[in-house]
Ligand binder design. Structure first.
Ligand SMILES: Cc1cc2nc3c(=O)[nH]c(=O)nc-3n(C[C@H](O)[C@H](O)[C@H](O)COP(=O)(O)OP(=O)(O)OC[C@H]3O[C@@H](n4cnc5c(N)ncnc54)[C@H](O)[C@@H]3O)c2cc1C
Length: 193
C-alpha cells in the first residue's frame, strides 16, 4: 500500500478486503476507523472502492465534499445518509447553492442528519452521538465514507527542501482549504518569480 497523491490511501476494490491495520496519518482517530468498510470521499470519487448498498457519509468538512460524494453514491443507486456534527449539512456552502444541492440530494432520497457525530466505526455500521443530547445510536452501513478536510500532503516539499534553488509551499499541500486559496497562492508565487 502507498499513499495516493491526494493524501488518502488507496483501498482494495472489494470492500471485504482489509488493506490497512493502522489509520493513515490523514485519517481521524475514531475507534474502528481501519475497518474495511470505512473509506474516504476521494477514494469513492476516484473509483478506488466499490460502495455497498447502504452508505453513511461523515461530513466534518462543512463544504462540498460530503454532499458531492453523497450525490455520486445516490446516483449509483446507494441509500445514503449524511451525518454532520454541525447545525446543517454543507454549513459553509453559500445559501443559494445549498438550496439547489439539497433539492438534488433530497429528490434522490439522501437523508441529511445534522448535529450527529461519528464516535466509533463498527462492523456493518457506525456509532453516532447527538451533539447536544449525547444520545447514542447505531446507523447500519455497508460503507462509511469520511469527508474530512484532511491534512497537508507535503512530502514532496520536504523531499525537495535544500535540493532546489527556490521552493514554495502553496495550496492544499500547505493546508487543505478551497480552490480559490490554491489559486491565489499560486498566482502570488508566479507573480513573484
Ligand atoms: C471531494 C472534494 C470536493 C471539493 N469541492 C470543492 C469545492 O466545491 N470548492 C472548492 O473551492 N474546493 C473544493 N475542494 C477542495 C479543492 O479541491 C482543493 O482545495 C484544491 O484542489 C487544492 O488545489 P491544489 O492545487 O493545492 O491541490 P490538488 O488539486 O490536490 O493538486 C495537487 C496535485 O499534485 C499532485 N501530486 C501530489 N503529490 C505529488 C507528488 N509527490 N508528485 C507529483 N505530483 C503530486 C496530485 O496528484 C494533484 O494533481 C474539494 C475537495 C474534495 C476532496
Amino acid at each position: 500500500m502507498r499513499p495516493s497523491p491526494t493524501g488518502s490511501w488507496g483501498r482494495c476494490a472489494k470492500a471485504a478486503s482489509r488493506c490497512v491495520s493502522t489509520p493513515p496519518p490523514t485519517w481521524p482517530p475514531i475507534p474502528g476507523v481501519t475497518l474495511p468498510h470505512v473509506t474516504t470521499a476521494s477514494d469513492v470519487l476516484t473509483g478506488q472502492i466499490r460502495p455497498g448498498p447502504r452508505c453513511v457519509v461523515v461530513d466534518e468538512d462543512g463544504h462540498f465534499t460530503a454532499p458531492t460524494t453523497a450525490d455520486f453514491l445516490a446516483g449509483k443507486g446507494c441509500r445514503v445518509t449524511i451525518i454532520t456534527r454541525y447545525f446543517m449539512v454543507g454549513e459553509d456552502i453559500d445559501e443559494g447553492l445549498r438550496s439547489d444541492l439539497y433539492a438534488r440530494l433530497c429528490t434522490q432520497g439522501v437523508v441529511l442528519q445534522p448535529m450527529t457525530v461519528a464516535i466509533e466505526m463498527l462492523p456493518g455500521g457506525v456509532r453516532t452521538k447527538h451533539t447536544f443530547s449525547g444520545v447514542e445510536t447505531v446507523l447500519e452501513a455497508d460503507t462509511v465514507v469520511l469527508a474530512f478536510g484532511g491534512k497537508a500532503n507535503d512530502g514532496l516539499f520536504h523531499g525537495l527542501s535544500g535540493k532546489v534553488p527556490e521552493l514554495k509551499l502553496i495550496g492544499d499541500a500547505c493546508s487543505p482549504r478551497r480552490i480559490h486559496d490554491a489559486l491565489l497562492e499560486g498566482t502570488r508565487v508566479a507573480r513573484a518569480i
